[in-house]
Design a binder for this molecule. Sequence first.
Ligand code: SHN
Ligand code: NAI
Length: 205
Amino acid sequence: MPYPIFLDVKGRSAVIIGGGKVAARKAAGLLEEGAKITVVSPALAPELQHFLNEGQITWVQKTFSPEDLMNAFLVFAATNSREINLQVKTAAKDGQLVNIADAPDASDFHIPSNVKRGKLTIAISTSGASPTLARKIRRDLEQKYDESYQGAVGFLHRCRKSILAELEDPGERSKLLAMISEEDFWKKDDREDRFRVLLKEIKKR
Ligand SMILES: C[C@@]1(CC(=O)O)c2cc3[nH]c(cc4nc(cc5[nH]c(cc(n2)[C@H]1CCC(=O)O)[C@@](C)(CC(=O)O)[C@@H]5CCC(=O)O)C(CC(=O)O)=C4CCC(=O)O)c(CCC(=O)O)c3CC(=O)O
Ligand SMILES: NC(=O)C1=CN([C@@H]2O[C@H](COP(=O)(O)OP(=O)(O)OC[C@H]3O[C@@H](n4cnc5c(N)ncnc54)[C@H](O)[C@@H]3O)[C@@H](O)[C@H]2O)C=CC1
């Protein structure tokens, strides 16, 4: 089974072969995280044309050839031809990671369905078995982990930095970290004040 990782793609180059709907979906996700995107394709879907107009992607208007992969960190083979997609895989060098839109088993990595709430990411993968199930689970999780989690993660991050800086005892640290992670605690409007008071009390002991 694949090993899950969260990859920092900021400033790194991703080459997408093909310019259709699937390519557009991959481009959108990569752009959100600051990757440098080159699309190699004779034609572009409207979403990609939009990214091009906004100066967010580079377009190389041609059919695939192996030199297109030069300097790519990530490679996405997303044409509507299985044969071309597999040629992309063959052309990739050792160390280049390749995702193939229509051949999960030949891919080095899969793109999960995901829920993003600020620094919280919940990713769902079925290892290519059922993207539709992944999408369903994503929708369920979006309800449970709603927008309020974005603020919660920001709050917990700030608190954790204070806790690590100001408390030395590992037991006290983990007790306080557990307490503030409870929904009952971080859902309160005055959570910042409550946290400050708690931290002060513990430090006095
Ligand atoms: C292996 C993988 C490739 C990869 O890594 O990209 C892959 C492969 C394939 N998908 C296919 C079909 C569909 N994919 C979707 C949707 C999504 N597919 C995504 C990921 C992945 N799809 C990777 C594995 C994910 C996992 O681990 O489960 C999501 C999660 C993320 C994303 O693409 O950004 C995104 C949901 C985002 C969301 O809504 O949350 C829908 C539904 C829809 O479009 O609404 C359909 C139509 C219904 C159906 O067929 O189920 C086909 C058949 C194509 C054909 O018919 O020829 C193949 C190829 C094959 O199976 O051979
Ligand atoms: N991974 C996923 O989530 C999904 C994967 N798929 C698969 O993804 C593939 C692409 O699907 P769509 O984007 O919907 O297809 P599409 O038909 O919208 O786009 C295909 C694109 O590939 C380009 N292309 C064709 N030959 C090329 C070549 N030799 N070099 C460069 N570009 C070339 C076309 O110009 C077009 O822009 C299909 O194989 C499909 O089975 C489909 C649905 C979901």
